[in-house]
Design a protein. Structure first.
Length: 385
């Protein structure tokens, strides 16, 4: 399947996606996501008019940024917690027996059955650390409606990561990020089609910061790039090409997204970096090198996103979405520079500054919704020009 760089399919889709995204962030009717025609990179802009051809724009409606924030903070999390199931109880429709395709243009080939469920399913699953021996907690797994049908299609996959703080972990991506509601909303627009979403634990049981590298704090990188993908491909009907795989996250998870998207493009062909840092850090550079890299300054420098982007360029096939809150004084200045480096390294980049918001899950839930919506056409799940 040829990757679609354009995502516009007319005013009907614009309105539908706008309503879906509005439901996710809580300002119903206040937001719409318009994807401009062409193969150019994008800038997400909170304004009444779309930006130049080839850009992605978030149109502000009647709701103010402050009203949107207040409404977003009141959106309830799912009243039904994610079910915890043994791997053997993942729906039989997800049996990956057979030859998994590299990519599939489901936007043109998929016909939703009449008995397709109206909503997806959120589960807790255990992903063994077979190679990394990383001490990971249970992961979240979201299966969209299309994945719950007989003869379910092979779908793209999003690997999404939480931020890092005391007690943080995969459940934050639902409790704070409302990922189930986000994906269900997109599924209502795109005939039950979204990526399968897996939210692994990159932090460990103490919610530490192993920085998505391998070292004394745990082999987090190997867990994310080998153990997690191996489990996904063994248990779920997913496409295999890098162009069908997205790595994304918020805060420390956003930092991991650019690290792995730049460092392992043969696995992750797309990335979503929401409020990420300049690079992996435990505080001071000296402390980071001592504790995270066993005193090896060269290894620390090589793990920085800027170095990974420079080493891997050109990235001719990577789509990258960067976002940050307008009031985020800590990571706000990081995003434009990181996006510029990614663009200079050849990635197809879109950016969004979330109006009126700081470093919070309000920012994260809106930006993750925008990022996954932006990728729908690029993943062959929605019509494109």
């Amino acid at each position: 399947m040829a990757r679609t760089r354009a995502g516009s399919s007319g005013p009907v889709r614009l309105v539908a996606v706008g309503v879906a995204a509005g439901l996710v962030v809580g300002a119903v009717g206040g937001w719409g996501i318009a994807v401009g025609a062409g193969r150019h990179d994008g800038v997400l802009a909170a304004s009444p008019t779309a930006s130049a051809s080839g850009t992605v724009a978030v149109h502000g409606g009647t709701a103010s940024a402050g009203a949107a924030s207040a409404a977003a903070s009141s959106v309830p999390t799912s009243s039904v917690p994610a079910s915890s199931v043994p791997d053997g109880q993942i729906p039989a429709t997800e049996d990956p027996t057979g030859h998994a395709p590299a990519t599939v243009d489901l936007a043109t080939s998929w016909t939703a059955p009449t008995d397709m469920p109206a909503q997806g399913r959120l589960l807790h699953v255990t992903i063994p650390a077979t190679r990394s021996h990383f001490a990971a907690r249970q992961a979240l797994l979201y299966l969209p409606p299309a994945a719950l049908t007989p003869d379910a299609p092979y779908l793209p996959v999003d690997v999404l990561l939480s931020g890092q703080s005391r007690g943080a972990g995969p459940d934050d991506v639902q409790n704070g990020g409302h990922i189930e509601q986000t994906m269900d909303a997109l599924a209502t627009v795109d005939r039950g089609l979204t990526p399968i979403v897996v939210v692994p634990d990159q932090l460990g049981p103490q919610s530490g910061n192993p920085m998505c590298v391998d070292g004394a704090l745990g082999n987090s990188r190997t867990y994310l790039t080998q153990d997690v993908p191996s489990w996904i491909e063994a248990h779920l009907r997913v496409q295999t090409a890098a162009s069908a795989w997205t790595i994304g996250g918020f805060s420390q998870g956003g930092t991991c997204a650019i690290q792995l998207g730049a460092g392992d493009p043969s696995r992750f062909g797309n990335l979503i970096d929401v409020s990420g840092e300049e690079g992996p850090t435990l505080g001071t550079e000296a402390e980071t090198i001592a504790k995270g890299f066993a005193g090896n300054r060269a290894a620390y420098l090589a793990a920085q996103p800027a170095a990974l982007l420079a080493a891997g360029a050109p990235f001719r096939s990577t789509d990258a979405f960067f976002a940050v809150g307008a009031r985020d004084r800590t990571y706000g200045p990081v995003m434009p520079g990181m996006a510029a480096r990614a663009r200079a390294a050849g990635m197809h980049v879109a950016t969004w500054v979330v109006p009126g918001e700081a470093h919070s899950w309000i920012t994260a839930r809106a930006a993750l919704a925008a990022g996954v919506a932006w990728l729908q056409a690029r993943l062959g799940l929605a019509p494109g020009d």
